[in-house]
Design a protein around this ligand. Structure first.
Ligand code: ADP
Ligand code: ZN
Ligand code: ZN
Length: 747
């Protein structure tokens, strides 16, 4: 991608000569900005990848130096205010990767840099603040023989460590239990000295080292199949509990042995203290940097700087960790690669999973995507041979796959949403001293309208699609053709007045369980009860102790937790995603159900899964439960191919939101006309909208989008780039717009 330096093509005479700084400034404009070096600063100190304070439209902003050039097309340049620190935060590899991101996602480079930095650095705090003190030998110290100081064993041990392994960070000396008195004694002898050096990650909690288990044959085959000497892309499709994490850890071991850094990306709810302990226990003596939103600002900056300085051997983080500079990168691993949290939903709307491939290719290292329920995008790439496809079908450690039963609920005497036989099974399981997990699907699927008596569902007379309920307008709408009709009061088929939105209220079912099984702890896990990851960990402590209890929760419970005494999993309502207007809803439902079911019977006791549904005959449910996710996903892929939907096509949304709905809609109508004038619609390039987003009003703003689908990504890119230029020039300040490349949510 090339950046424009100025607007409108009015080339001015290039006047200033000499050292000119081309900077990425965090503003919503897709171009770079030229400045002179700060007054009085020796230009020799400047290098790309550093941060500077710059004056911008009356404000002071943190910009990143992208390039030093000789001349600028602009007549008058302002000097930058100040070099923040001499540290080059972004090395060349990282700068090239971030430019790629800006180009692909149509994002301003300054905003990409801002998104890549932890908050403290984004706000301009100097990296110096987290510089580490390192202990090194003085010239005298280096001259000593190994046998020196035999009468002071502590000093000798430290001296030998420094002779053997070179300088040591203060943090590392602490974890290795070399006391400050010993250091002082050596200092007094003039043998060692402290110097300021690169940041190291905060120390990990102390855990007992735990050795790796012997891999089973499936794991060994998978490990052996990954080519680690250069770029290779692999999907590891392994049943829940098949030991994928063990394979990741072995790969990490290889990366560390080669002296390189391993990047492990995990979903937002997957980075629990439990996960960190498992990794710390496996790699004692290696420095591990965690990067996630639960960290204090300073800790996060410290971890990030350590990773960027090459001082963290293992970097484990959520989505944004993909943008951390990693100078010694050896492999990228993505756990639960299908997880929706890898896609950023505002600002720079990148997919960390997709970027893992780009990063690995640029660094010429392997990338491994692991999941029990691969995303259709990933599966498509594997089936078409772009990725190597590895399977693990057996559960590791001897646990058996759970038995799954469908429980039809239509016309049954339900008690707050539970069939009598399901309540009986819950009671029996608790009485046997085992644990039960009840999963309540509260995901924000677009609500469809259903009759509780006869299961009639409102569908579009013009499309093979369900109508979506818009409560505010009391309307049903088709999101494919924009057909609308008023909401009805009774079922057109059986005239019952009992019609409701699929995926309705859940509080009452929670109350029922607490009352009915009052003798047992009921642990409720959702966003309200678990504001932090630590809270979730604490909440689950009784469950981990193995007492009989009832776990009740939303998708937060679906993964990441290994609870061996859960033998019964109840899925209260499997129907939510079956009839949504969002074409990805069936895929997400399938993934969620498979993941939840995978919580049952992970220990030595066999597991059982009960799935309540009003539509036990639904072909998608039938395929999923009888043949498993893999067959289910292939069936969905065939449907996507027939409808020319992603991953068989490329899709981008142009979004707009505004307090005044007609402005957002009008802006998008103009945007569509503008794009159509450049690239008229065809069988291979389709435009839809503006249509209201599934979540039509959010924080007082009305949201709309246009959807553009193309046979090739390369058709979309130039079109969207032109659109961004057009929109930057023409949009209203009260209106927000965005391009969402490879959009995941229509919400
Ligand atoms: P996944 O990541 O596929 O869900 P894990 O790697 O967490 O699976 O493994 C599930 C359970 O099986 C864990 O308790 C793990 O310690 C155990 N396990 C994995 N591999 C082995 C092995 N080779 N031998 C014994 N136990 C294993
Ligand atoms: Zn009816
Ligand atoms: Zn329609």
């Amino acid at each position: 991608m090339t950046f424009k330096i100025f607007d409108g093509g009015r080339v001015q005479q290039a006047v200033p000569q000499g050292v000119i700084l081309r900077l990425a400034v965090p503003v919503p404009l897709r171009r770079l900005f030229d400045y002179l070096p700060p007054e009085g600063l020796d230009p020799q100190l400047l290098a790309p990848g550093q941060r500077l304070w710059v004056p911008f439209a009356g404000r002071r902003l943190v910009a990143v130096l992208v390039e030093i050039v000789q001349e600028s097309p602009l007549a008058e340049l302002k000097p930058a205010q100040e070099l923040i620190d001499r540290t080059v935060l972004f090395d060349e590899g990282s700068r090239s990767f971030l430019s790629w991101i800006a180009g692909y996602y149509q994002a301003p480079l300054g905003e990409v840099y801002a998104a890549a930095m932890p908050a403290a650095l984004r706000k301009g705090k100097s990296a110096h603040h987290w510089a580490e003190q390192w202990l090194q030998l003085t010239t005298d110290g280096k001259g000593l023989p190994d046998s020196a100081l035999a009468r002071a064993p502590r000093q000798q041990a430290l001296l030998q460590l420094l002779l053997r392994e070179g300088r040591q960070s203060r943090t590392c000396l602490k974890t290795r239990k070399h006391g400050s008195a010993t250091v002082r004694a050596l200092q007094e002898r003039g043998l060692v000295e402290w110097v300021a050096g690169p940041t190291v990650p905060p120390p990990m909690p102390e855990v007992e080292p735990s050795p790796a288990p012997q891999l089973n044959s499936e794991q060994q085959l998978a490990l052996d199949a990954v080519n680690c000497s250069s770029f290779s892309a692999t999907l590891l499709e392994g049943t829940t509990g098949s030991g994928k994490t063990e394979v990741y850890l072995r790969l990490v071991e290889g990366v560390l042995a080669a002296g390189r850094q391993a990047l492990l990306l995990v979903p937002e709810i997957g980075l629990t203290p439990q996960t960190l302990r498992r990794i710390a226990a496996r790699f004692p003596g290696h420095s591990i940097a965690a990067l996630h939103s639960g960290l204090a600002e300073g800790e996060r900056a410290r971890s990030w700087l350590a990773a960027a300085a090459g001082q963290a051997d293992i970097v484990i983080g959520t989505r944004s960790a993909i943008m951390t500079p990693l100078p010694r990168l050896g492999a990228v691993l993505v756990d639960e690669e299908h997880d929706a949290s890898f896609k950023q939903q505002d600002g720079v709307r990148y997919s960390a999973r997709d970027l893992a491939l780009v990063l690995a290719r640029k660094a010429d290292v392997p990338v491994l995507l692991g999941s029990a329920t691969p995303a259709l995008e990933t599966l498509h790439n594997a089936l078409s041979g772009r990725y190597q496809h590895l399977r693990m079908r057996r559960r590791a450690g001897g646990a058996r796959a759970p038995q799954i039963h469908l429980v039809p609920t239509l016309g049954e005497p339900l008690e707050e949403g539970f069939a009598p036989q399901v309540l009986r099974h819950i009671g029996d399981t608790l009485a046997r001293g085992e644990q039960v997990l009840v999963f309540i699907n509260r995901r924000g699927f677009a609500p469809a309208l259903i009759c509780d008596e006869c299961a009639w569902i409102a569908d579009c007379p013009h499309c093979s699609s369900k109508l979506t309920l818009h409560r505010r307008q009391r309307q049903l709408r088709c999101h494919h053709c924009d057909y609308r009709r008023p909401l009805m009061d009774s079922c057109p088929q059986c005239h019952s007045r009992s019609i409701s939105a699929l995926g309705g209220g859940t509080e009452r079912s929670e109350e029922l369980l607490a009352r009915r099984f009052a003798g047992y702890p009921v642990i409720r896990v959702d966003r309200d009860t678990t504001a932090s990851k630590q809270a979730l960990d604490q909440l689950l402590a009784p469950a981990r102790n193995g007492e009989p209890c009832l776990l009740l929760g939303t998708q937060m419970l679906a993964k990441g937790h290994h609870l061996p005494r859960v033998t019964l999993v109840v899925i209260q309502d499997a129907d939510g995603g079956l009839f949504s207007a969002d074409f990805r809803a069936p895929e997400r439902t399938g993934q969620l159900l498979e993941q939840v079911a995978g919580r049952a019977g992970r220990g030595s006791l066999p597991g059982r899964v009960l799935v309540q549904s009003r539509f036990p005959e639904h072909p998608l449910l039938q395929t999923l439960l009888e043949k498993g996710y893999s067959t289910f996903a292939r069936q969905l892929l065939r449907e996507r191919a027939a409808a020319q939907l992603p991953p068989m096509s490329a899709m981008a949304l142009v979004r707009a939101e505004c307090e005044e709905p007609s402005w957002a809609e009008g802006f998008l109508r103009d945007a569509r006309l503008f794009m159509q004038s450049l690239a008229p619609p065809s069988a291979d390039l389709r435009y839809l909208g503006p249509v209201p987003a599934l979540l039509e009003r959010k924080s007082g703003r009305f949201r709309f989008y246009i959807q553009i689908t193309a046979g090739q990504r390369s058709q979309l890119q130039p079109l969207l780039a032109r659109l961004c230029q057009w929109a930057e020039g023409s949009s209203n300040r009260r209106l927000r717009w965005a391009v969402d490349m490879d959009a995941q949510e229509l919400a």
